[in-house]
Design a protein around this ligand. Sequence first.
Ligand SMILES: [Zn+2]
Length: 447
Amino acid sequence: MESCRVAPAEHSLRSADFTFGMLLLQRARVPADVLPDPIASPAPDPLEPSVLCDITIEGSKISSVARSTGSGRVSNATDLAGAMVFPGFVDAHVHLDKAHTWNRAPNRSGTFPEALETLARDKVNWTREDLLRRAAFALACAWEHGTRVLRTHVDTWLPWGEVNHAAMHELRGEWSGRIALQTVPLTGIANYSGPEGDAIADLAMKYGACALGGWSPMTTELPRQLDRLLAIARDRGVGLDLHVDENGRPGEEVLRTVAEAVLRNRFGNPVVCGHCCSLSVQPIERQRSTIALVREAAIRVISLPLCNLYLQDRRGQEFPRTPQWRGLTLIHDLLDAGVPLACASDNVRDAFHAYGDFDAAEVYIQSVRLAHLDSRLGASVRVVTSAAADIVGLPASGRVAPGAPAQLVVFPSRSFSEFLSRPAPGRRLVDGETIREARPPGFDELK
Ligand SMILES: [Zn+2]
């Protein structure tokens, strides 16, 4: 079966009600940081880092982007009148196999341990039909919100787990040409050092995984286990996408341990670390030296702000209480150090996060508010567009540029202020030469 490490994303034209020989979008207000440099300069106002553009689409690609000359009488032109236009979103870290289990498997304390226990009990329900039903609904939501690339982690605990990978592989085929769906196995990092280590990796690769993944608490065995995992990944020509330090305990330094392992093993394939929450509660000198190691090891970081906000700083024994920290990793420090960083949905309507809708626009807007990304508003859009695309290895996506996939999301907002103030439900979607109203499925469609 084909692995997504070698398969370029397919961005073909979605079947359309109306197809023209070319589509010209006039007066599209595009975030400057997803535009090519010549169009984005001179740098726009930091409070309104966008450029009014005319975008030409031919087939499934953007053929030209230029500063707008205003609306003109051009056949087949659509005047967007200054509406905000983003590239199709890249949601770099989700869990389709857990999604939409909340109603039957809620987390009453909101704690991490109860989330683990609750979903472990729920797995008896994870048949092929159940997985396809929930994940297909999730993909339909993501699609109608404008997401065009999505990476999901897939629970893998042998002998259990093949049904998950098979279902995701089936959906990858069904959604090919619309959403590029990537998969990463999620298991204990220690399992790769056990007798089933190769089998876990082989199972994931058989169903097209693009990286190996896992999570681990801090243990004395972790460095040796990471050496083994890196060897397994190197043998298969893939990188890693790990869950690390999803807690507020200063002694948890899996991120640092991963960086040391990457450098020790001279591992050259891409390594992604998600969450990295405990970095924020460590002494500042330790933070700086860990971030320097992360930078040196070329590790990319994915922050999951909505899930962190929900799950972090819960204390079951004191329930209910007011949370005292947001659970975020050091987003600004990592960006200042030049570490590639994305923000993503993570869990949606399951025991790890009760809410969510696979809407990358919501993730972005909340990330701006939670992490004060307003202080770098221009670059902030990259966390769900170009930076996220680079991290998942699809650098043509998440951009509004000649040659990029013709995948755009048009919002009614006419400025960043309007966009960030009123997350608008009424968006339009451009795929190829088609522009249409988005129609997210209702929850009643989740049978
Ligand atoms: Zn996750």
